[in-house]
Design a protein around this ligand. Structure first.
Ligand SMILES: Nc1ncnc2c1ncn2[C@@H]1O[C@H](COP(=O)(O)OP(=O)(O)OP(=O)(O)O)[C@@H](O)[C@H]1O
Length: 744
């Protein structure tokens, strides 16, 4: 009797199918347990509306909490210090994480990648978003159509089945078009992002000698080429991809969940959401530091790539030294470091991917399927039919308990649930992608920071034999020199060093205070032992190294032309080699013709190469096509084409014969070019009026050069030295003879 009462009470109280599903279980319970449960169910039945509202409030609070968490992340300072360092010596970088730094980096990069609200990129993003929403609505329609088709199949309704198939095929047209448009837009977005970022980086890199300073005066970036060519591309692709990967599942999850809440009831959906939240939190805890690992992988890729570049660049020297085994060892070491790191990532991925797949594909799938099955089982339970019809609002009731209706609802809900779970899964997977994006973002913003600091003269470089603390010591004169700043003043036509120290990028003070003055037409010869700072003085004059003190007066850089020992030959035609850094348009603007260029080549006795190399428009790997002497003569021809006020000649005639050298120097002086020459050749003395002699100990002597008197003195000195040597020999022989005589 009591069981019958409880049975009626329970069935009557069950206001939706979920509670009917408990029916069987309940029948097997003991009396006191049954009574308690009955009280609970009655309570629930009475307050069902309040329960639903509470669940909605909980979901709302959950969303607010999520937003709050993102805001906290955006404002929280980074706490942990990670281990990624660009090199052993430089500033230690922090690992990529989702924190304020990440959001700041993204803000900076997105402002470059998407230049404005009305830019092309913003338009593409809006179109992309509209298409994403449209695709999700199409998916909801397809899910319902799927249910209808399977339902008509189960009910053996041929006409409805065929109509369903026709509708299905019609849906395929907008669906496939939307998909391919989405792919196209994603690729185009990645290309646009890359273009904007690359243009921005090029503007910084190729201005103010930044490309020189980054490699020579600063330690932070080892391989700018790889960062510009590879990392920006990876960041752009990742950014375009992440937008799709985040926006689509977010829209999907939202739309599908609303639909599911209607079909299954908010309680089932809430249950599923709790499971999803808990398991995804667990997965996040288990996730390896993907951002840090991606950033480190890029750095190792860069090192490996640059060892190969070095091999190509120095192939001839290495081949002549037979240095391939040593080079192989270096390259293999770099490669093995990279491979070891990739292997580590793969190993970490095995366990993480397994857990991710298990939870996302199987665990969530099972939870979803169970939620879909509850209404079906509930409706088939004994006694359920009597009460369910008036309680379950939307789905199964209208069709009664027919198998067709169940099938339709089951298939539709299952499809929606699978899509919703797929959306959550993609959100989960995109966590890993976001962290990787953080890694790329950190490298690209790091690159921008270094470029901007270096172009404004802020360098970070390890100093020789000097710690950071020592440089703060006011008594340390060398450190003081490095910490000072001098000034550069543009003069009309003089070159003057007033108390300017010569300091290498490592902080080596080569000369404490250099003083000399050169006027136009007064040629200067610079001599001294290797490594004493001869070329360094030119680097300061050329604005490559900072002026650490005193005053440097010099004409504008367009008036000073530099000719190194190994001249640079650009990519381009034979004509481009002679007129560099001008281009053909500049040459035309100066009204210079090919005939003029030929006349210039004739002066350096190189006119025959025009025919030999296939004419002015011939394009070759000039570095290999021309001999060392040819290259130096091309460089001299370049000087005659540009006719600057000053020419810096850094051992630039070492590979040509003395008669060609004479022609070059005579012609240069006849053009009114003032020469600043570094050379060990005595034959060049006659073309200079002043001499700057370094002693290699930090001292120097600047004086007038009278070549004839100097040569005469040098010859006299040589003669005396020879005579002294002969006297020394005779003395030694005399001693030998004395010793020999004593023995007899
Ligand atoms: N980019 C650089 N970074 C660090 N140190 C440098 C750099 N370039 C040159 N140095 C150092 O500056 C010092 C002077 O070099 P510099 O090229 O001026 O010598 P030099 O007198 O021209 O010698 P040589 O006659 O052999 O050409 C050397 O000790 C060299 O190692």
């Amino acid at each position: 009797m009591a069981a019958a009462v409880n049975h009626d009470l329970l069935v009557g109280a069950a206001t939706d199918k979920i509670h009917s599903a408990l029916y069987k279980y309940v029948l097997n319970l003991k009396h006191n347990q049954l009574a308690m449960l009955a009280k609970f169910v009655v309570f629930y039945a009475k307050h069902q509306k309040t329960v639903k509202r509470s669940i909605l409030a909980l979901i709302f609070l959950g969303v607010i909490e999520r937003i709050h968490k993102v805001v906290r992340l955006m404002t929280a300072e980074r706490k942990s210090v990670a281990t990624v360092s660009d090199n052993g010596k430089g500033r230690t970088r922090r690992g990529a994480q989702l924190d304020k730094q990440f959001f700041d980096n993204m803000k900076q990069l997105i402002a470059i990648a998407i230049p404005g609200l009305f830019s092309k990129e913003a338009g593409m993003l809006v179109t992309h978003t509209v298409l994403l929403v449209f695709r999700t609505f199409l998916s909801v329609v397809v899910a319902s159509l799927d249910g209808e088709i399977v339902s008509s199949l189960v009910r053996l309704q041929g006409r409805e089945f065929l109509t369903g198939i026709a509708k299905w095929m019609t849906m395929a047209v907008p669906a496939t078009l939307t998909n391919s448009l989405l792919n196209y837009l994603q690729t185009m977005l990645a290309i646009r992002f890359r273009q904007n970022l690359t243009e921005h980086v090029h503007k910084m890199y190729l201005a103010n000698n930044t490309y020189y300073a980054v490699g020579n005066l600063d330690d932070r970036i080892k391989n700018a080429d790889q960062l510009v060519a590879v990392d920006i591309t990876k960041f752009s692709n990742s950014l375009a991809e992440i937008y799709s990967n985040l926006a689509k599942p977010t829209v999907d999850a939202f739309v599908y969940n609303i639909q599911l809440a209607k079909n299954l009831g908010i309680e089932s959906l809430f249950g599923i959401m709790v499971i999803v939240q808990m398991s995804s939190g667990m997965l996040r805890l288990m996730a390896p530091p993907f951002g840090q690992l991606a950033a480190q992988e890029q750095r190792l890729e860069g090192e490996f790539y640059s060892t190969h570049s070095r091999l190509i660049e120095h192939a001839e020297e290495i081949a002549l030294y037979r240095g391939h085994e040593t080079e192989k060892l270096t390259i293999t070491k770099k490669y093995l470091r990279l491979v070891r790191h990739i292997n580590r990532i793969c190993r970490l991925n095995v366990f993480y991917n397994m857990s991710e797949d298990f939870i996302v594909k199987y665990f969530w799938g099972a939870a979803g399927l169970s939620a879909c099955a509850i209404p079906v089982f509930a409706d088939r339970m004994p006694g359920a039919k009597r009460t369910v019809a008036d309680t379950v609002g939307s789905v199964a009731v209208a069709a009664g308990s027919s198998i067709g209706a169940h099938t339709k609802n089951f298939v539709t809900n299952r499809r929606l649930l699978l899509s919703a779970s797929d959306a959550f899964a993609r959100l989960m997977y995109s966590y890993k992608e976001i962290v990787e994006l953080a890694g790329y973002a950190e490298r690209v913003t790091g690159l921008l920071t270094v470029f901007s600091e270096v172009s404004s003269g802020q360098y970070i470089k390890a100093r020789v034999g000097e710690s950071a603390e020592k440089s703060q010591n006011p008594d340390d004169t060398e450190a003081n020199i490095v910490n000072q700043r001098g000034e550069t003043v543009e003069s009309v036509d003089d070159v003057e060093f007033i108390d300017v120290p010569i300091v290498s990028p490592n902080g080596d003070v080569l000369v404490r205070k250099l003083n000399f003055h050169v006027k136009p037409g007064r040629h200067l010869l610079i001599v001294g032992p290797n490594g004493c700072g001869k070329s360094s003085m030119f680097r300061i004059l050329g604005g490559l190294w900072p002026v650490y003190g005193g005053t440097l007066r010099k004409p504008s850089m367009s008036q000073i032309f530099y000719i190194p020992q190994r001249p640079y030959l650009p990519i381009g035609t034979l004509r481009d080699q002679v007129i560099y850094p001008d281009c053909a348009a500049d040459m035309a603007a100066k009204s210079t013709t090919d005939a003029d260029l030929l006349a210039i080549l004739k002066i350096v006795q190189l006119n025959h190469i025009v025919e030999r190399e296939g004419g002015w428009d011939s394009v070759k790997a000039w570095r290999d096509a021309l001999s060392g002497g040819d290259k130096q003569r091309i460089a001299m021809a370049r000087l005659f084409y540009h006719r600057p006020r000053y020419a810096i000649m850094d051992e630039c005639t070492s590979a040509v014969s003395m008669d060609i050298e004479k022609i070059m120097y005579t012609h240069a002086t006849s053009l009114g070019i003032t020469l600043l020459t570094v050379s060990h050749r005595q034959s060049l003395w006659m073309y200079h009026n002043y001499i700057l002699q370094y002693d290699g100990q930090g001292g120097y002597l600047f004086s007038k050069l009278d070549p004839e008197r100097r040569i005469a003195l040098m010859e006299e000195k040589q003669q005396i030295e020879q005579e002294l040597a002969a006297i020394g020999d005779m003395e030694a022989r005399l001693q030998e003879m004395e010793a020999e005589a004593a023995s007899y």
